[in-house]
Design a protein around this ligand. Sequence first.
Ligand code: PDD
Length: 277
Amino acid sequence: MVYLNGNFIAKNKASISVMDRGFLFGDGVYEVIPVYQGKIFRLTEHLDRLQNSLDSIQITNPYSHDEWQSILTKLSGLSSALDQSLYLQITRGADTQRKHNFDTLTPTVYIETSPLIAKTKSQLENGFSAMTREDIRWHRCDIKATSLLANILYAQEAKQHQVEEMILSRNHQITEGATSNVFMLKDNTLFTHPTGPNILSGITRDLVINSAKACKLNVQETPFSLDDIQQADGLWISSSTREIMPITLLDDQPINQGVIHPAWSCVFDYYQQLKND
Ligand code: PDD
C-alpha cells in the first residue's frame, strides 16, 4: 500500500498526471524517515527539515504536524515490517502546460514504505570502501530536492566501481557523500562540514554529533580536506538508511591502516540506544 493525495491504495493503482511538475522538472522535495520497532524515529526533526525544504521552493505545506503523524503512522501500520524506511515526496503539482515558472498548484503528496534492514555491527566492522569526486552540485544542497541528477550519477559510478559511497569535495574541502554526511576522526576530535547551502543537514548527522559528545569526543563542525583524511584516525558516513558506516578504504588507500578506531564502536552503540528511546 502507498499513500497518494489523501488515499491509501495499492502501489500498482497509484498514478499521477504527466503534467505533474515533479515528473517534468523534478520540482519537488522529499524526506526519508526510519521506523524502528514500529515507531517513527525523529519525526519532528524530519518534518522541520521538510518545512525548510518546502519554504525554500515556495510550496505550502499541505498538512500539519499532527496530520503528517497520523498519515505516516497509518501507512507504516499497514506494513508487516517492524523496521521501515518511509519515503515521502511532495511535488508542486500538475499544471495545464509545461512552463518553467509556476503558479500556485495543488501539491502532489506521495508516500511509500519499505522494509529497513540495517547492517549488523559485525557486518559494519568489515569496513567499507569509498572514492572521492569533485562536488559539481548546486549551492542549495540544504534543500532535500527530488531533482538529484548529480547524486544519482555519483551513486551509479559508486556501483560501477563497487564502492559504498562517493565522497565529494568542493575547493579541496569535503562537503558530504552523494547520499550521506561525512565525518573525520583525528586525535579524539570528530570533524564534519558545517551546515549551510553546500550540504544536506542530515538528521543522522545531528545524532552522530550528540553520540560522539556522549563518547567524550570533541566535535568540530569545520571543513576538512582530502589531505587531512590521509592522516585521519577514522572516516565515517551517516544517513537514515545506513546509520553510521566506517570507511576503511578511500581511493584504494587504507584509512588508519584499515583499522576501525574504537570511537566508532562507542558512537555506534550510543546511536543504537537512541533508536530504543
Ligand atoms: N539521503 N546528504 C545527502 C546528500 C543525502 O542524500 C542524505 C540522505 C544525507 C543524510 O541525511 P539523513 O541523515 O537525514 O538521512 C546527507 C537519503 C537517505 C536518501 O536520499 O535516500
